[in-house]
Ligand binder design. Structure first.
Ligand SMILES: [Zn+2]
Length: 86
């Protein structure tokens, strides 16, 4: 059972990484709308939550979110964008 969950999680992460790489787009500063934005850090977070026991099977929801930090090189404003897995 645990083995199946691990495989499912690996497949999910692989699909998510492919999705993020495909979906990357230009970001403008939300403060001065300058395109001179630098990506500082990208972090993949996995949130697991048990959504209850159904019979003998435990349904496990794995949610992945991508947190990306940016800094504007024009006005030095920094912010974080969270992109949830769809
Ligand atoms: Zn700016």
């Amino acid at each position: 059972m645990e083995f199946v969950i691990i495989i499912a999680a690996v497949v999910l992460i692989a699909a998510f990484v492919a999705y993020v790489q495909r979906g990357q787009q230009k970001t403008n500063c939300p403060q001065c709308s300058s395109p001179q934005v630098r990506q500082l850090e990208q972090q993949l977070k996995e949130i697991r939550q048990d959504s209850g026991t159904i019979g003998y099977a435990v349904k496990l929801d794995v949610k992945l979110i991508m947190e990306t930090s940016y800094r504007c090189q024009t006005c030095n404003h920094s912010w974080t964008v969270t992109a949830p897995e769809r």
